[in-house]
Design a protein around this ligand. Structure first.
Ligand SMILES: Cc1cc2nc3c(=O)[nH]c(=O)nc-3n(C[C@H](O)[C@H](O)[C@H](O)COP(=O)(O)O)c2cc1C
Length: 174
């Protein structure tokens, strides 16, 4: 199966807990990974003085995929600062990168994955993902909350990952 699935991960550690979940998803779906730690993405700038940083490289790469999964640890009840900075930069797609931005409307589906240290889910956590997908004209394909206990993904968490991946694979094959 050719990978049409891209994971964009924003965590403070490239080999941490979020990565454990991402690795399982990659193994099951043949997804490819962009780790935001390997790129220089600066804060949104109204003057676009940062237009030659790595944002456009990633945004261009995203166009090669139909399914885009954003993966983040939960830091203070919200997505990581790394991923939020990337989301802020997606505003460039509506201004100086409009032709790229329009391509998001061409049959792309967004998913979100969050990793925390326990099972508790926060009300409204997924809203920025759902609303961003809507705003960019993408489908919202669903989300997965994972958690890590003593450095391992618990059995229930693994089952949730399986269900999440099955949904993406089924959609990908349509
Ligand atoms: C700055 C910071 C804030 C956190 N805030 C939360 C939180 O609000 N809720 C929660 O359940 N876990 C919280 N955690 C725990 C992380 O979500 C958890 O350890 C996660 O698995 C870390 O993933 P990582 O290794 O990819 O960073 C926080 C951890 C850090 C470092």
């Amino acid at each position: 199966m050719t990978s049409k699935i891209l994971i964009i991960m924003g965590s403070s550690r490239s080999d941490g807990n979020t990565r454990k979940i991402v690795d399982v998803i990659m193994a099951k779906t043949n997804a490819e990974l962009i780790d935001l730690n390997a790129y220089k993405i600066s804060y949104f700038d109204y003057e676009h003085r940062n237009k030659s940083d790595d944002f456009v490289e990633i945004a261009t790469k995203m166009m090669e995929y139909e399914h885009i999964i954003f993966a983040t640890p939960i830091y203070w009840y919200a997505m990581s600062a790394q991923l939020k900075t990337f989301f802020d930069r997606m505003s460039d797609l509506l201004t100086i990168r409009k032709s790229l931005g329009r391509q998001f409307r061409e049959g792309k589906t967004m998913y979100a994955v969050a990793c925390s240290s326990d099972e508790v889910e926060y009300d409204g956590f997924w809203m920025p993902f759902q609303k961003t997908a809507e705003y960019l004209g993408m489908e919202y394909g669903g989300d997965l909350h994972g958690w890590i206990v003593e450095n391992e993904i618990p059995e229930e968490g693994l089952q949730n990952i399986n269900t999440f991946c099955d949904n993406i694979i089924t959609t990908n094959e349509k």
